[in-house]
Design a protein around this ligand. Structure first.
Ligand SMILES: Cc1cc2nc3c(=O)[nH]c(=O)nc-3n(C[C@H](O)[C@H](O)[C@H](O)COP(=O)(O)O)c2cc1C
Length: 321
C-alpha cells in the first residue's frame, strides 16, 4: 500500500539536483513526497558489494535522512536479474520503489533504459512483474508520453500494463523522449491517463507557480502534482502550493529569504557526500532573479571549495539584501 502523503505536491527526481539536502528542504516546506535522483541498478549492486566488505550498507551510497519520509528511490536499468537484486537491496531503506521510464538522455536510452522502454511493451511487462514480485514495498512508475511524435500515445498502453502488473501509482510527464524539454507539456494527456486509470496519477510538467499547480489539478483531475525545475532553488513553492490549494492565497518570499534558504542548503550539504560542482549549480539556482546575479555567476563557478563559495554568497548577501 502507498504511504499517506501529507500534501498533493511532490518533488520530482532530478539527477544532480534533488540531493538529500534539497529534498529535506522541500520536505520541510511541505512536499508530500520526495524522490531520489535516478540510480542505476548496476551501480547499486556494485556499491553494495563494496560497502558490505567494509560492514556498511547502501545508505552510504544512496544518502537520505529519516525526516524525508515517505521517501521514494528511483531506479533505472532493464536487466531483469539485476533489477530484482537492486530492488531487494534498496527495499529495507525506502518507502516506495519508483521505476524510471522517462529519461531522454542518449547514454541512458542506448542501454535500453529510461524513455526507450516505452516502445518495448513485452520487456516493460517483465520489468514491472519482476519489480512487483521482488519487493513488498509499493512500486510506482514515472513515464513520458511516448518516444516520438508519432508514438506520443504509448503511455496509455504502458499504463495499462503497469496497472495489470501491480504498479501502484504513475507519474506522467507528457512530453515525448525526442521532445526532451522543448515545447509545452501536454496536460490533456494527464487528463486522458486519469480517465483510464484506477490507480493514483501524478501530473508533471511545467508547474512553476502555485496557480499552475491548481490549474493542472483542475484541468486534469490528477491526484497529485510533481514539480521539478520550478522547485530548483525554490523549496518555498511547496508551502505556497499547499496554502494556495487550501486558502487561495500564499506567502511571497523575498530574495533575502532565498539566500537564507541557500545558506540552510549549504549547512545541510555538510552532512552528505554531494559533489561540489552540484552545490555550485544549486547556488546559481538560489540566486536566480537576483539583481546582480549575472556578476555573481562567474564568481560562483570559479569557487574552488565550500569556504570560498560561502564567502562569495555572504558578500552577495551583504550587497543585495
Ligand atoms: C536536471 C534534471 C534532472 C532530471 N533527472 C531526472 C531523474 O533522475 N529521474 C526522472 O525521472 N526525471 C528526471 N528529470 C525530469 C523531471 O523529473 C521532470 O519530469 C521534468 O523536469 C518535467 O517537470 P518540470 O517541468 O516540473 O521540471 C530531470 C529533470 C531535470 C531538469
Amino acid at each position: 500500500m502507498l504511504p499517506k502523503f501529507s500534501s498533493r505536491a511532490f518533488l520530482a527526481p532530478m539527477a544532480g539536483v534533488s540531493d538529500p539536502a534539497l529534498r529535506l528542504q522541500c520536505k520541510k516546506m511541505g512536499a508530500g513526497l520526495v524522490v531520489t535522483e535516478f540510480t542505476s541498478i548496476h551501480s547499486i549492486i556494485a556499491k553494495e558489494q563494496q560497502l558490505k566488505e567494509n560492514n556498511k550498507t547502501i545508505q552510504e551510497f544512496l544518502e537520505y535522512s529519516e525526516q524525508e519520509r515517505p521517501l521514494s528511490v528511483q531506479l533505472f536499468g532493464s536487466d531483469l536479474l539485476a533489477l530484482e537484486k537492486a530492488a531487494k537491496i534498496v527495499e529495507p531503506f525506502f518507502d516506495i520503489i519508483d521505476y524510471n521510464m522517462g529519461c531522454p538522455a542518449p547514454h541512458i536510452t542506448q542501454q535500453m533504459a529510461g524513455g526507450a522502454l516505452l516502445q518495448e511493451a513485452n520487456l516493460t511487462q517483465q520489468i514491472f512483474n519482476t519489480l512487483v514480485n521482488a519487493v513488498k514495498k509499493p512500486v510506482t512508475l514515472k513515464i513520458r508520453s511516448g518516444v516520438t511524435d508519432a508514438s506520443r500515445y504509448l503511455f496509455k498502453e504502458i499504463a495499462a500494463i503497469a496497472e495489470d502488473e501491480g504498479i501502484q501509482m504513475i507519474t506522467l510527464h507528457p512530453r515525448t523522449v525526442t521532445q526532451r524539454y522543448s515545447g509545452r507539456a501536454d496536460w490533456k494527456m494527464i487528463k486522458e491517463l486519469k480517465e483510464i486509470s484506477n490507480i493514483p496519477i501524478v501530473g508533471n510538467g511545467d508547474i512553476i507557480t502555485p496557480e499552475d499547480a491548481k490549474t493542472m489539478i483542475d484541468q486534469t483531475n490528477c491526484d497529485y502534482v510533481m514539480i521539478g525545475r520550478g522547485a530548483m532553488g525554490n523549496p518555498f513553492l511547496f508551502e505556497q502550493i499547499n496554502d494556495y490549494l487550501k486558502t487561495g492565497t500564499y506567502k511571497q518570499y523575498s530574495l533575502k529569504d532565498k539566500l537564507d534558504s541557500f545558506f540552510e542548503y549549504l549547512r545541510l550539504t555538510g552532512k552528505y557526500n554531494i559533489k561540489f560542482s552540484n552545490i555550485k549549480s544549486q547556488a546559481m539556482r538560489f540566486t536566480k532573479g537576483m539583481v546582480g546575479a549575472t556578476k555573481l555567476r562567474p564568481k560562483i563557478s570559479g569557487s574552488k571549495n565550500i569556504e570560498e563559495l560561502e564567502k562569495i554568497m555572504t558578500d552577495a548577501y551583504v550587497l543585495f539584501c
